[in-house]
Design a protein around this ligand. Sequence first.
Ligand SMILES: [Zn+2]
Length: 289
Amino acid sequence: MSTDVSYPGVKAVATAIGQVLNRAKIPNLLFGWTALAVILVDFGFPDIDFIIPDKEVSHAIKALTKAGYKLCTSPDCSERDEDRGAHLGKALNRFHPVPAAHFHISAAAGPGYVLSLLKKDDIIPHLPNLKLGLPERKEYEHLTLSNDPRLPPRAEGGPSGPWYRLDPVRVLLARTLTEALLLLRCRHIDTRPALDNLWCDMLWEIMKANLLITGFSHEFDHPPKGYLYLFWRNYIIATRIADTTPENSVARKQKSDAEVRQFRAYLIADGKDPSDKYSWLRKKTGNYA
Ligand SMILES: [Zn+2]
């Protein structure tokens, strides 16, 4: 474990973008692999995904362009496809949600970074509207800041640790991110297989990180709340299969698919159609057992 961290590269770029959005009064939340780096496991991927309110996309493009970032308008860019390309093989960041807008950011060394703007209601329609400024007490129930000293410390093969030397950006808590990914799987399992793979991979990384913390029990440090708690518990029990062989990975995906389909059917029976992203906002959910 190292305590001397300067957070070069993707983290510094991510916080600089957060500041541009803040100055333009556009509420924002870091998502994706770079958000997962803060809270659980840091792969160092060059992907910077910001969730912003749906109606702020053109405003954000203007603010970022004014700040010197160049909007990608290439119709052939692989960022316009959920699958960034077969050449990426089994890379965890091969699949991604197609952003409402994206920017390529060059770096002093290497291929640079990709900034993606995602619409809030495409990813987390069930969460309250995004806000600006320091989070209020109630908001800390589902998010925090990237420099929060309560975040897990930096560890080799683990999280980046709090970004103390950089301006803060908002990130979801591990629990809230888990909840969002479970709901995204329910929405995309049989309609958007590329995206479903991504959400499944992210959940597996969260599971592995938590299983190490809790000594492979099925109880988690901070489990999802309410009706998602039992779903998450069943999901873990069914899919707690080590990465030792390719067959294991296939078996784990199949078992997780079965759990997701079962919970999806429950949601539909309860009046929440997962293919309708707004149904979570309209309906209360009963007891899942
Ligand atoms: Zn592009």
